[in-house]
Write a protein that binds this ligand. Structure first.
Ligand SMILES: [Zn+2]
Length: 176
């Protein structure tokens, strides 16, 4: 862990790492991907950072959380990610919550809730299901406003560009 991080309390560290996850989200935004970023921290060090790559890879499973979990398993040469904390800007979906359980990650920190598809507290409570034998520690709401705003801006812009495409197509039809 760097010296600066040692002087911070847990919330300060969570905000620091969430800022890094947000940077990944912003990269996704610039690429036209849904702007979700994730960071995997092992012993206080970032060992993997990714953003959603579904369009780039044309892969339905290329969510930021799955990508950092895969890379961390590769780097640490083990599938059990004990000693790791996952930071992600938006509440994980059912697939990613499943990957979190299966990789035995110690702690999960996320920014904004996803009321339509979140599998941690919104739609399902996968990470705290009493029937499962692994329950990671949970922290929600870190830099929630910034994380949610990035998504709102993205979808607003996308709707706008779709509308202008439709308008352009409409006027092209009128010209015929
Ligand atoms: Zn996911």
């Amino acid at each position: 862990m760097t010296k600066d991080l040692c002087t911070l309390n847990e919330q300060g560290r969570d905000e620091y790492f969430m800022t890094e996850a947000l940077k990944e989200g912003k990269k996704a935004y610039a690429l036209g991907e849904i702007p979700i970023g994730a960071i995997l921290v092992h012993n206080g060090e970032i060992i993997s950072r990714h953003h959603n790559r579904r369009e780039l890879d044309q892969d339905a499973t290329a969510h930021a959380e799955v990508l950092v979990i895969r890379e961390a398993c590769d780097l640490l040469k083990r599938w059990r990610l004990t000693g790791c904390t996952l930071y992600v800007t938006i509440e994980p979906c059912p697939m990613c919550a499943g990957a979190i359980i299966n990789s035995r990650i110690d702690r999960v920190v996320y920014g904004a809730s996803d009321y339509k598809g979140g599998a941690v507290e919104s739609l399902f409570n996968v990470l705290s299901h009493p029937g499962l034998n692994h329950e990671p520690q949970l922290q929600a709401g870190i830099l929630a406003d910034e994380c949610a705003q990035l998504m709102k801006d993205f979808f607003k812009e996308r709707r706008k560009s779709r509308r202008s495409t439709q308008e352009a197509e409409g006027s092209a039809l009128e010209m015929r």
